[in-house]
Every structure is written in structure tokens, then in C-alpha cells.
Design a protein around this ligand. Structure first.
Ligand SMILES: [Cu+2]
Length: 191
């Protein structure tokens, strides 16, 4: 070993040793950053996850009086292109409506807003996961690949009753959905 490369008794390390150590750390850190970036990109593409980007404002004090989120407009609605739009209001401590039915294999667009505080909307094992912020409309698109019952807990702590705030999405076989009565489609009520 080159005696010049040994740490000196006063703790000063030769310059080339410092440079080599720093280079190793830079390479290690850059590799870690690239690996983490790759994980974000790959999981984003594979899981079709998108950060919520729908900046759309709404007056939370008049939701029930006018506009898109009046009571008669809530629940699942079929669009002219056969896709489905689901409109929900999150409020302490409920989703309105508490249950919606949608068809499998069909593009579904969830539009949500809050009447009071920040809530969260999540459907397990799907790409649906967003905050619901008063004053804004959150929009998430998905296509359910299999029929079943998806519970949707509020996952943003919103007060004393937060633990009891949950709702449900019933994903139905495609041929079953058009047979539903309007009220069954919006809040799962049997008619
Ligand atoms: Cu909540």
C-alpha cells in the first residue's frame, strides 16, 4: 500500500482517497435514485396509476341546490357512448349514495366532491385512489375487469365518525346492468 494514501495522524486523508470515496458514494446514490425512479415509472405504467390532476373547482356550500351534484344526479349514469359516470358526494360520515352499481368491462368515470372536510376515496385492488377535497371535483377513471363487490372506505381521517364511513361499488355482469331500475342503479335499492 502506498504510504501516502494512509490517513495521517491528524486525521487528514490524502486528496485522492477522498476523491475516490466521494466518487463511490456518488455512483451509489445515483444508482439508488435511478432504481427508485424506475420503480415509480414501472409501477405507474403497469398499474395504470396517475396522480390526480383534475383541477376543477366547485362551491361546496351549494352542492345540493344547483349543478352537477344535486341529489337527482348522483349515482351511476350511462353516457351516450355507453360508458358510465358515477357521481358521489363525500360528507361526514357518509358517501351519498352509499352504494352504486356499475357494469364490468366498461369505462367508468368517478366524479366526487366533498360537502365539508377532506375525505378519501379508494377501491381496493384497482387504480382508484384519490383525495376528495371540498371546493374541488376529483375525477378517476377505471374499467373493472371482474364482477364483484368493492368496498370503499374513506381513507382520509375526517373526524369522530371516520371509522364508520364507507360505501360500496357493485360490479355487475355486463348483461345484468341494463336491466336495473333507475333507483337500483343509483343506490342499489331493490325495487
Ligand atoms: Cu371521511
Amino acid at each position: 500500500m502506498n504510504p501516502l494514501n494512509r490517513p495521517l495522524p491528524d486525521g487528514i486523508v490524502p486528496a485522492e482517497v477522498v476523491a475516490r470515496t466521494e466518487k463511490r458514494w456518488i455512483i451509489l446514490m445515483a444508482t439508488m435514485l435511478l432504481v427508485m425512479l424506475a420503480i415509480i415509472i414501472v409501477t405507474g405504467i403497469v398499474g395504470a396509476m396517475h396522480p390526480p390532476s383534475n383541477v376543477e373547482v366547485i362551491d361546496p356550500t351549494t352542492l345540493h341546490l344547483q349543478g352537477e351534484f344535486v341529489e337527482s344526479n348522483l349515482g351511476a349514469a350511462v353516457e351516450p357512448d355507453r360508458s358510465v359516470t358515477v357521481r358521489l358526494i363525500a360528507e361526514q360520515y357518509n358517501f351519498v349514495p352509499r352504494c352504486v352499481q356499475v357494469p364490468v368491462g366498461t369505462p367508468v368515470k368517478f366524479r366526487l366532491t366533498s360537502a365539508d372536510v377532506v375525505h378519501g376515496f379508494l377501491l381496493p385492488n384497482t387504480n382508484v385512489n384519490t383525495m376528495v377535497v371540498p371546493g374541488f371535483v376529483a375525477e378517476v377513471r377505471t374499467t373493472f375487469s371482474r364482477p364483484g363487490v368493492y368496498n370503499m372506505p374513506c381513507h382520509e381521517f375526517c373526524g369522530d365518525g371516520h371509522h364508520g364511513m364507507w360505501a360500496r361499488v357493485n360490479v355487475l355482469p355486463r348483461e345484468q346492468f341494463p336491466k336495473l331500475a333507475p333507483l337500483e342503479r343509483t343506490n342499489c335499492a331493490k325495487q
